[in-house]
Design a protein around this ligand. Sequence first.
Ligand code: C2E
Ligand code: CA
Ligand code: CA
Ligand code: CA
Length: 276
Amino acid sequence: AKGNGRNSYCFFHSDLNDALTRKVKIENELRRAIERNQLVLYYQPIVDLKTGQPTGVEALVRWFHPEMGSISPAEFIPIAEETGQIIPIGDWVLETACKQNLAWQKEGLPPVTISVNVSVRQFQHTDFIAKVKNVLETTGHKPALLELEITESIMQNVNESINILKQLKDIGVKTAIDDFGTGYSSLHILKKLPIDTIKVDKLFIDDITDEANQPIVKTIIDIGANLNLRVIAEGIETIEQANILTQYQCHFGQGYLYSKPVPAEMVPGTFRGQIK
Ligand code: C2E
Ligand code: CA
Ligand code: CA
Ligand code: CA
């Protein structure tokens, strides 16, 4: 038994070591990722559930490293948040997404909303509002066609966050609460937030075909409607899920059923092949 314990300790120890080494490597490599052109934005359509027609696209960052391969944002974004690298990365994402949206319009696509993920640290940074204004001015992107997605964790500093949200509203930029229902928010705080959209987390959509879970999703959608918010369901993979959501008066959705996140040049194609 003693021997076993020691073996498993050694095994665990080396696993932990590998994980640490990878994390340090990611931290270091991330510093140069932008200048080395390793970051790319992919885009996932957000569709009108009735027509299947895209009404917007969400920008999702991808990191292609020459040796480490493709590294998921679920892995490197939390590290970037920890080290502060999220600030330059976030700036790059915002600017690239706005420029891309304008490029599509020049190509003749109907105007769509571009949704950009913003981490708490970025959102609460002193320069954030100035940076958003600056990107809109220098690119000429319409404020109303930009939606910033933030998570419920901003509510740990409610008053400060409300203040930032108000300033964004004054500029004319839209805001969304991402991963809605998984986090911190209580309903009385939600009511006070000057936001435009809630995105119902994939977690709730995954088991929506199980009747026991339907009242929760229905309630979330009704709350959004009662607060005059746009409701987007995330992670729709099947037609059954889409049908239930439409039945519940959820108007917008996103998920592999419609399209996976794709490179910029493939976005125009998602406006033609439509699912009803
Ligand atoms: P998120 O903002 O909640 O984005 C949704 C995630 O679900 C994306 O993963 C997307 O590819 C995936 N997804 C969409 N539809 C489906 C579906 O039908 N089935 C399944 N299984 N998955 C689906 P992704 O691109 O790996 O991004 C993961 C997370 O990384 C994002 O979650 C977001 O929190 C973060 N992230 C991505 N890009 C950025 C960025 O530019 N800035 C910041 N701050 N965070 C980002
Ligand atoms: Ca998002
Ligand atoms: Ca989400
Ligand atoms: Ca998420």
